[in-house]
Design a binder for this molecule. Structure first.
Ligand code: GLC
Ligand code: CA
Length: 581
């Protein structure tokens, strides 16, 4: 028995159901496909799956607009298929967590349809309805100046009852009124529904957005979202000061709409619900460590998003991130690291430099699997899938991108300019179908079927599962090896993080220290060979990576190749004071 919970030692893998595996060949991923891919996931060596929303939904925000919290989207299958998927995963020792969207429902959810039908409908108070204001010329104005995070006013006028409803995201995603106890009851019932079926926990969508200022006071930002985006687009990536100033504007703009302290009482309540089920966990889509509560009364995990908010992963950046993050966690809280998901560019494209993409992809994985904390991987990362932007407007599926396009046209950028911006910002680019084989549509669906998003043509150049599984030198095999290695090494899963050589610009060097075992990790992020002096750390017991390097070598002059990765179990031979700093 380990002293650690399963979710502390597990490696998670995010499945985007629409894009992962298409069982019935209609161009849309589904449970039949996912069931067929379970052996694949087991081979790869992951321990748990986070499933993005699989519920019935009009798909205006790709499933993050839920119209039935206890169902399965018909295009993905039936509840029976879901159960078979869950049983199949569990039979292979793979845990499954679902995506729970608490902040809002779809505007097609029966609760909202009832709510908007009349002012005295029993569901009226399940959402946030307000009267508008009358402008100086008698015109109708929204209740306040709040904006939606996905562009435009946060208020949508509804002529049926002559009031406005609030939406933090799209207007098709009305916010629930969490101050209404009936809403809590109904949502906790949905949570219990899935826990009763045996799921292992939830990823909580957009937790920071659940409550807004009860007095609906105006925001005080001088800049609106469109201006902030425009300024961001022209600010040079290296201009940290300008970017931080813009982020500050962004925070001011949404200060009355996100991260209200009330949300923590709600998370404590949800934690009690989840704790009724042994071994279940919650991970929040937030980087705010306040969501850990006291370390054991709110969320089990909160993503370390600051780690991925950089153009380049450099040793100084990672060290600073770890120092700040690990130093701030409440006692007992467990870190959680990730470099990519369905809302952010592909790891390959994001952290590559166009020349050493393969090497940098390997370093990214080695980093995320050796830092202290639970790693979350994103489907397709293991074969080096790249961003694949749409070719034209008709290929856009991300409504956010379409809104950005409309906004840009309104601002006079012209069709071409607007398309350029929307193409840059669309999340479609990182949600394209999994590339299974060197076959039409990458083997995702039959040749004559158009997949829901276009497939990247690089499937024909080795970026596909089948080719890489059969190639000992592939990125896929590297992922498999690293996942195995982590499984074999307790220190990598649970050890404390201790930085070494804190001033090295090119090499990230650290120890992971468990009571029974120490592991040395060296990641050279540069194209230079480095010789490192690490003999005061101890002596090498076993080299874990690169494999085949069995000789015990001299840590006094450890040669690390360009972009090299070196991981070894070491025996310490000195006191804390003598360790290299
Ligand atoms: C989260 C999801 C994102 C979605 C948004 C609104 O940020 O990750 O994909 O659009 O919430 O639900
Ligand atoms: Ca399908």
């Amino acid at each position: 028995m380990s002293d650690y919970a399963w979710w502390q030692e597990a490696v998670f893998y995010q499945i985007y159901p629409r894009s992962f595996a298409d069982g019935n060949g209609d161009g849309i991923g589904d449970f039949e496909g996912m069931i067929g891919a379970l052996d694949y996931l087991q081979d790869l060596g992951i321990d748990a799956v986070w499933l993005s929303p699989h519920y019935p939904s009009p798909q205006v925000d790709c499933g993050y607009d839920v119209s039935d919290y206890t169902g399965v989207a018909p295009e993905y299958g039936t509840l029976g298929d879901f159960k078979a998927f869950l049983a199949g995963a569990h039979a292979r020792g793979i845990r499954v967590i679902l995506d729970m969207v608490l902040n809002h429902t779809s505007d097609q959810h029966p609760w909202f349809l009832a709510s908007r039908s009349s002012r005295d409908n029993p569901f009226r108070n399940w959402y946030v309805w307000r009267d508008g204001r009358i402008g100086p010329h008698g015109e109708r104005l929204p209740p306040n100046n709040w904006e939606a995070a996905f562009t435009g006013s946060a208020w949508e006028y509804d002529p049926v009852t002559d009031q406005y409803y609030y939406h933090y995201f799209l207007k098709e995603q009305p916010d629930l009124n969490w101050r209404n106890p009936q809403v809590r009851q109904a949502m906790w019932d949905a949570v219990r529904f899935w826990l009763d079926l045996g799921v292992d926990g939830f990823r909580l969508d957009a937790v920071g957005t659940i409550f807004e200022d009860p007095d609906f006071r105006d925001h005080e930002s001088e800049m609106g979202l469109a201006e902030i985006w425009q300024a961001m687009a022209v600010a040079p990536p290296g201009d940290v000061v300008a970017r931080e100033a813009l982020q500050e504007c962004w925070r001011k703009l949404f200060a009355r709409q996100v991260d209200l302290p009330e949300v923590h009482d709600l998370m404590k309540e949800l934690r009690c619900v989840v704790d009724e089920y042994p071994d279940c966990m919650l991970v929040g889509e937030s980087d705010d460590i306040a969501f850990y509560g006291n370390g054991s009364d709110e969320l089990h995990l909160v993503f370390n998003f600051p780690l991925m908010r950089t153009e380049r992963l450099t040793p100084p950046f990672v060290r600073a991130n770890q120092a700040e993050r690990l130093g701030a966690l409440p006692p007992g809280a467990w870190p959680c690291n990730t470099l990519g998901n369905h809302d952010s560019p592909r790891v390959w494209s994001h952290f590559g430099d166009g020349v050493h993409d393969r090497e940098l992809a390997q370093l990214s994985l080695a980093l995320i699997l050796t830092l202290k904390g639970t790693p979350f991987l994103y489907y397709g990362e293991e074969i080096g899938m790249e961003n694949r932007p749409p070719d034209d407007l008709s290929q856009f599926r991300d409504t956010l991108a379409l809104r950005i396009y409309d906004l840009a046209v309104e601002r006079g950028l012209g069709d071409a300019g607007a398309f350029h911006i929307a193409r840059q910002m669309t999340r479609d680019s990182y949600r394209t179908p999994m590339q299974w084989r060197n076959a039409p549509n990458a083997g995702f669906c039959p040749a004559e079927i158009a997949p829901w998003l276009p497939v990247h043509s690089n499937y024909a150049r080795g970026v596909n599962v089948e080719d890489q599984m059969g190639d000992a030198g592939s990125l896929w095999r590297f992922y498999q090896e690293m996942l195995r290695l982590r499984k074999q090494c307790r220190a990598l899963r649970t050890g404390e993080y201790e930085p070494l050589l804190p001033d090295h610009e090119d090499c990230l060097v650290f120890l992971r220290t468990a009571p029974s075992e120490q592991c040395l990790v060296v990641l050279n992020f540069s194209d230079q060979t480095h010789v490192l002096q690490l003999d005061s750390v101890g002596t090498v017991q076993r080299v874990l990576y690169p494999s085949g390097l069995h000789t015990s070598h001299d840590l006094g002059a450890l040669e690390v190749a360009p972009f090299g990765i070196y991981i070894a179990q070491v025996a310490r031979n000195c006191s804390d004071e003598e360790r290299p700093k």
